[in-house]
Design a protein around this ligand. Structure first.
Ligand SMILES: NC(=O)C1=CN([C@@H]2O[C@H](COP(=O)(O)OP(=O)(O)OC[C@H]3O[C@@H](n4cnc5c(N)ncnc54)[C@H](OP(=O)(O)O)[C@@H]3O)[C@@H](O)[C@H]2O)C=CC1
Ligand SMILES: CC(=O)N[C@@H](CCC(=O)OP(=O)(O)O)C(=O)O
Length: 349
């Protein structure tokens, strides 16, 4: 591909769409040619989102409806789908048929098995043929496949925070057989910008709640990817929490290790796996990550510790749910697909 690629953002008025605009408007190799929102169609981008006033094409670009013919006419080469799950799939096939590569932020193409999809999403997958083509795109794990793909399925926000610490340890064969326990906390932007009473400020502030217990839909993709890494199914309990912050995910994983495995070996396995990876910051043993250090960035920070009394390895990670958990990761995948610098447009701190 050339030095500059024409990109469209579908669902540009949602939280992950807005974050994509923030990243793409200043990306050295991206030319933003289309932004879609059904409710804002016809309105100017920077008039609706004044933070973008005076930045790149934001003053001249108008929202359109997300129809494929309009998008084709813009010359878009890559489309980011920041659409709800169940909606992305409606657009992906038409875009691919029009020769436009798709980077999807939703859950529509993350699972390899249509049966697993039905179990967790309660309906048949509308385009099962595309499931085998899509690449589950965790860039630190599957870069070679991502570079060749035309349909990119960006991992979910919680799964990213859980898979990053676990995959290297499973691949290295360090973890024991006891089921994994995972507790994650997310800011409310993780639930999207849609109107919803449980997400009103007065419902969320000064309060913390668990939800989707015991079967959050992200268990499907987490299980799929852990099984690939381990070479066998991995048992996992996952409890998400909604916390009264705008964004940020803090994940804590409790795991057993094989007899004789030391904390140094855990650290070495992580260091080896993530050597040269710019967005995974390994803090070290007994270091606690903090969401304030990653919000607004594409970093995931990881710490680890061992509770000798309980015989538990504790893995800790933080990320921005709309950064590395969604839009940052999508741009990281865009850089891979287009052969750009891995960090292009992403070194915000
Ligand atoms: N928020 C987060 O932290 C994360 C989100 N994701 C995923 O990214 C995707 C977007 O999430 P998020 O930004 O939070 O969602 P939002 O609810 O904030 O935004 C959704 C966007 O999609 C558009 N949209 C909604 N329904 C339709 C439809 N039927 N047809 C066309 N466009 C539609 C909306 O605009 P309009 O209604 O005007 O058309 C809006 O721009 C989701 O799949 C989500 O799961 C992934 C990881 C993290
Ligand atoms: C706080 C909150 O509600 N979080 C969302 C995470 C959604 C998300 O980003 O995941 P997908 O990309 O798979 O939709 C949830 O638990 O459903």
């Amino acid at each position: 591909m050339s030095d500059s690629v024409k990109v469209a953002v579908l669902g540009a008025s949602g939280y992950s769409g807005i974050e994509l605009l923030r990243l793409l408007l200043r990306h050295p190799n991206a030319e933003l040619v289309a932004v879609t929102s059904r409710t804002l169609a016809g309105k100017a981008l920077s008039a609706e989102f004044p933070r973008f006033r005076g930045v790149g094409v934001a003053d001249s670009l108008k929202f359109t409806n997300p129809d494929t013919e309009t998008l084709k006419a813009t010359g878009a080469e890559i489309a980011f789908l920041a659409l709800p799950h169940g909606v992305s799939v409606e657009y992906a096939k038409g875009l691919l048929d029009a020769g436009i590569k798709v980077i999807d932020l939703s859950a529509d193409f993350r699972l390899r098995s249509a049966e697993l999809y039905k179990e967790f999403y309660d309906h048949e997958h509308p385009a099962p043929d595309l499931l085998s083509e899509a690449v589950y795109a965790l860039p630190e794990v599957r870069a070679d496949d991502i570079k060749k793909a035309r349909l990119i399925a960006c991992p979910g926000c919680y799964p990213t925070s859980i898979l990053v610490p676990l995959i290297p340890l499973l691949k290295a064969g360090l973890l024991g057989d006891a089921p994994l326990s995972v507790s994650s906390m997310s800011g409310a932007s993780g639930a999207g910008r849609k109107e919803s009473v449980p997400l009103l400020f007065c419902e969320v502030q000064n309060s913390v709640r668990t939800y989707s217990v015991p079967k959050h839909r992200h268990l499907s993709e987490i299980g799929q990817e852990l099984e690939i890494a381990a070479g066998h199914p991995v048992k996992l309990t996952f409890v998400p929490h909604l916390v009264p912050t705008h964004s940020g995910i803090c994940t804590t994983i409790f795991a057993s290790v094989k007899p004789g495995v030391t904390l140094d070996q855990v650290g070495e396995a992580l260091q080896t796996f993530y050597a040269g990876q710019p967005f995974v910051r390994l803090l070290g043993a007994n270091k606690s990550p903090d969401t304030k250090n990653v919000v607004g960035t594409n970093f995931v920070d990881v710490g680890w510790a061992y509770d000798a009394r309980a015989g538990q390895l504790i893995l800790m990670s933080v990320e921005d749910n709309i950064g590395k958990g969604a839009s940052g990761q999508a741009v990281q995948n865009f850089n891979l697909v287009c052969g750009f610098e891995p960090t292009a447009g992403l070194m915000n701190i």
